[in-house]
Design a binder for this molecule. Structure first.
Ligand code: ZN
Length: 470
């Protein structure tokens, strides 16, 4: 810890309890200059700071890094790069990973525009994970990496009819080899579900006409997830690729993860706050419909166990914006559209459900900050509170209770799958790029989000779960 020596800070966050992943909880001030953290120590506020934020009685966390979001699922990229990142910032998220989608065209057409929009419109910083669907796109991966500073790509083993295409196992292997050849820091993200099992399940499900949210679980059986993880692990091993399993949703999937880790496989697993916070018996019904589905309690319990023990390493949202009118919950089992807006509830849901389960605060925050920042090559710029790191922080009142209402989440969505639930633990301020930009749920500062091109590193990310099996 560096103590204050000079003063003249732009901003001091004083009197709070810092939660620093890998270090612990420390009562300390944080001083900021030029958008960076420049000192951590006691009584920094007394040395003539331009602005002091009183965080007494609060915890101060690294800005949350949500590695799994979708922008432009309902409205244009231009609109959602503003609305969804505003919701993120107010909820305490200061950096996002965006899964870009171009089903057929080269990303060379889109990347310059996406990058410009994230520089100009966004409230938060961002990294890109282009979703790869064709052999032509695979051939261009080295160029995307070089020209746009991209170190992570995503593959769908099973897409969604009419929305997202699937990639065959042979293309997946070629994709893994292409990614792995670019260096040990490259990440291959995979949506793991086996398509033929889902096709069969969907045919069966047609027999159920009305149905409930719980029936939707049968459209995406957990066996489809478990089998696909096994396949992806095998192919990643052949290719020498770092596999990142996105949004683990089932206990069967978790069992495969545990077995593979015991066998010495090195890979990373993510889940999402909707899977940790919601169950298929939820009274919000088809407002909560998504893919893979929100499942019943035994999966929920298993995911929390996996999270606490370290089988699950990171947590994101899988945010997909929807309006109630186009979500169409009344269209039920077959008609309601999948996808849920959860940017603004990410941190409160993690804190509320995690603390209810007795998961230590440091572990909750590590999975949402340091762990994904390390995986995606932006640590220690992001994901921690340290001298030299970007001054992205969130001040949280762990005792503050609020009933979720889309009105104050500030995305464009007019509903939340968590709506009506009382969550405990909400941000009261977000500091982004060295300024207090959110106070009590309102934007009070200038937006300063930037796209973060990533440098190639000649080393695998330093991750404890890659060094030893959990
Ligand atoms: Zn997703």
């Amino acid at each position: 810890m560096n103590a204050a020596t000079s003063g003249g800070y732009d901003l001091v966050i004083s009197g709070g309890t810092l939660v620093i992943p890998g270090v612990g909880q420390i009562r300390s001030d944080v001083a900021i200059e030029g958008g960076k953290i420049t000192a951590i120590g006691e009584n920094l506020a007394s040395s003539g700071a331009k602005e002091v934020f009183d965080a007494k009685g609060k915890v101060v966390l690294p800005g949350i890094f949500d590695p799994h979001t979708h922008i432009s699922t309902e409205r244009s990229f231009e609109e959602e790069s503003e609305t969804e990142t505003r919701a993120a910032l107010i909820g305490g998220t200061t950096t996002i990973g965006i899964f870009l989608r171009s089903l057929k065209e080269s990303y060379n057409i889109h990347l310059p525009i996406f990058r410009k929009l994230m520089d100009e419109n966004s409230y938060v910083d961002s990294v890109f994970h282009p979703q790869i669907f064709t052999a032509e796109q695979i051939a261009e991966i080295p160029q995307y990496a070089k020209d746009f500073g991209i170190r992570s790509f995503k593959f769908y083993m099973s897409g969604m009819p009419g929305v997202v295409d699937s990639i065959t196992d042979d293309l997946l292997l070629t994709g893994f080899k292409t990614v792995a050849a670019l260096g040990p820091d490259m990440i291959a993200c995979v949506h793991c579900e086996t398509g033929s099992l889902i096709d069969q399940a969907r045919v069966e499900l047609q027999k159920t006409k009305e149905g409930t949210l719980a029936d939707w679980e049968r459209a995406h059986p957990p066996e489809a997830e478990a089998l696909a993880i096994q396949t992806a692990l095998y192919l990643a091993k052949i290719a020498g690729a770092h596999l990142y399993v996105v949004h683990l949703s089932s206990k069967q999937g978790l069992e495969v993860v545990r077995t593979a880790r015991r066998n010495g496989m090195r890979f990373t697993v993510e889940t999402t706050t909707p899977y940790l916070g919601l169950e298929s018996s939820d009274s919000n019904g088809f407002l909560v419909k998504m893919v893979p589905p929100i499942r019943e309690k035994s999966h929920h319990d298993a995911l929390w166990q996996g999270f606490a023990e370290g089988s699950i390493n990171t947590v994101g949202t899988d945010n997909t914006s929807r309006a109630r009118a186009t979500k169409k919950p009344e269209a039920g089992l077959h008609g309601a559209r999948p996808g849920i807006p959860v940017m603004g509830t990410h941190l409160p849901a993690l804190l509320h459900y995690g603390r209810e389960r007795g998961v230590p605060l440091e572990i909750l925050i590590d999975r949402a900050t340091r762990a994904p920042a390390k995986v995606y090559g932006i640590y220690p710029q992001k994901g921690t509170i340290a001298v030299g790191s970007d001054a992205d922080l969130v001040v949280v009142d762990l005792e503050l209770e609020k009933v979720v209402d889309a009105k104050y989440l500030n995305g464009f969505s007019d509903f939340s799958p968590f709506e009506g639930k009382k969550l405990k633990g909400w941000p009261v301020a977000t500091i982004k790029g060295g300024s207090v930009v959110v106070r009590d749920g309102k934007i009070v500062g200038k937006r300063n989000g930037r796209y973060l091109p990533r440098q190639a590193r000649n080393a695998a990310p330093d991750l404890e779960w890659l060094r030893r099996p959990v």
